[in-house]
Design a protein around this ligand. Structure first.
Ligand code: DP6
Length: 324
């Protein structure tokens, strides 16, 4: 049986940044994200007697040794769950700039978890699939679901899973991704967060910050208060990036364009255009706003950026099975 699935990426409004258990990927904190429509991965999986090892192709190219080990271990978890003993042929197509802080690993492992489980004949709930996806990449836990999604940190494999808060949004939350640099990032999120947990003297405060932000963010969502959502998300992101600067050795994902873009968003706000920003493990900035302000924001951004650097991203769906 072939399993084929499309999964979308997500951007965290309250960030996950640190693992308590790096094998199972159990995070120190809860997190909350918006799944986006524009960036996604489509993955097909088929187990076969003819293979002597797993085979992975991403955008038509075989994967490197490091990714092979990660991916084949992930497939072995699906084999353990299902009792399937064959190796798999996996083919994936990304519609996300890889490793540029647009969370390609989120859509990649969400699609692989769901396609792999289907190909192995497993009948898992979406909550169970979120736990499988989690073992590939933390942010993938949330990409099983659409819209606004919460990942409960939990304390073991069973209790650490994602759950939708609102799968189909009934208010105008939207994002614009400003693509400043789509090259591979220098510090992966995996090693960045590991270094922060090990060396930042502020990590304990971060755990408290996130707990507080989760409550505030859920309340703002309930009230459909986009300005409040943006404010909380912006401060949460900046506090995460402050952790990176406080690590030893200190590091940052920002470049000079990032800082200029942040300033530009502050300027827009000073002009009375409500918009906020968030940043992940890369220099690209995502603007958070109410869709009713989209045209004004786009017009202002187009003075500074080329049109193809600006991607308007709408709330997107959870995993979708594709018939083969
Ligand atoms: C900044 O999920 O890419 O985007 O679990 O090591 O694969 P691994 O990390 P990953 O980290 C995402 C970090 C983030 C914040 C977030 O998505 O919550």
């Amino acid at each position: 049986m072939i399993g084929k699935v499309k999964a979308h990426t997500n951007i965290a409004l309250v960030k996950y940044w640190g693992k308590k258990d790096s094998g199972l990927i159990i995070p120190y904190t809860d997190s909350l994200s918006l799944t986006l429509d524009e960036f996604y991965t489509t993955t097909a999986v088929e187990f076969s007697d003819d293979l002597e090892h797993d085979e992975f192709k991403i955008d038509g190219n075989p994967v490197n040794e490091k990714n092979f080990v990660k991916l084949t271990n992930f497939m072995s978890h699906i084999r353990d769950l299902s009792g399937v003993t064959q190796y798999a042929s996996v083919s994936s197509k990304n519609h996300v700039p890889i490793s540029a802080g647009l969370a390609s690993s989120a859509s990649a492992f969400a699609a692989l978890a769901a396609a792999g489980a289907k190909a192995a004949g497993l009948d898992l709930t979406r909550q169970e699939l979120s736990r499988v996806a989690r073992r590939g990449s933390g942010s993938a836990t949330r990409s099983i679901f659409g819209g606004l999604v919460e990942w409960h940190r939990g304390y073991d494999d069973v209790s650490s899973f994602a759950e939708p808060i609102q799968e189909k949004l009934d208010f105008g939350l939207e994002m614009i991704a400003i693509l400043l640099d789509t090259n591979i990032k220098k510090v992966s999120s995996r090693s960045g967060m590991q270094s922060v947990v090990a060396t930042s003297p502020y990590y304990a405060s971060w755990i408290d910050v996130v707990q507080n932000d989760m409550g505030l963010m859920k309340e703002a969502i309930k009230n459909k208060d986009i300005n409040r959502i943006g404010k909380i998300a912006e401060l949460n992101a900046m506090r995460m990036h402050a952790l990176n600067m406080s690590a030893e050795p200190s590091f940052t994902y920002f470049n000079s364009e990032t800082l200029k873009t942040i300033e530009l968003i502050h300027d827009l706000r000073n002009q009375g255009i409500n918009c906020y920003y968030t940043l992940d493990a890369g220099p690209n900035v995502k603007v958070i706003y109410d869709r009713k302000n989209r045209d004004r924001i786009l017009k202002a951004l187009q003075i500074e950026f080329k049109r193809d650097q600006l991607v308007v991203a709408h709330p997107g769906p959870g995993i979708e099975y594709i018939d083969c």
